[in-house]
Ligand binder design. Sequence first.
Ligand SMILES: [Zn+2]
Length: 124
Amino acid sequence: MSGLSLKEFFDAVREGHLLAQRCAGCRELAIPPKAFCPSCHGKEWERVELSGKGEIASYTIIRVPPASLAGQAPYAVAVVRMAEGVSLLGRLVDFPLEAIKVGLPVVFTPLIQGDQPLIAFKPS
Ligand SMILES: [Zn+2]
């Protein structure tokens, strides 16, 4: 089966779908897509869609953002442990910053910035 390109991955994000790859060799999930499996170095991938559900594993409040995001601070970026077992970095949206805690359940939502789709999570 064919792998997943980054363009296909972000096109799907824009439409509200979270795609990942599952290694045909060792069954490891990879997201965002990679050319080679980090576990077994295989390059045969199956495409899977994740549920979008997960929980906050860790987070950082960004108070001094890169210049392009200057108007958006403060905002939070989290590592989310997905229900399928992979972890994914994304922006937290629709959360009061003081309410963010490790372990909170979240669900994937696309965040369109300019014309660029980003991965974000909101309370589930
Ligand atoms: Zn593998």
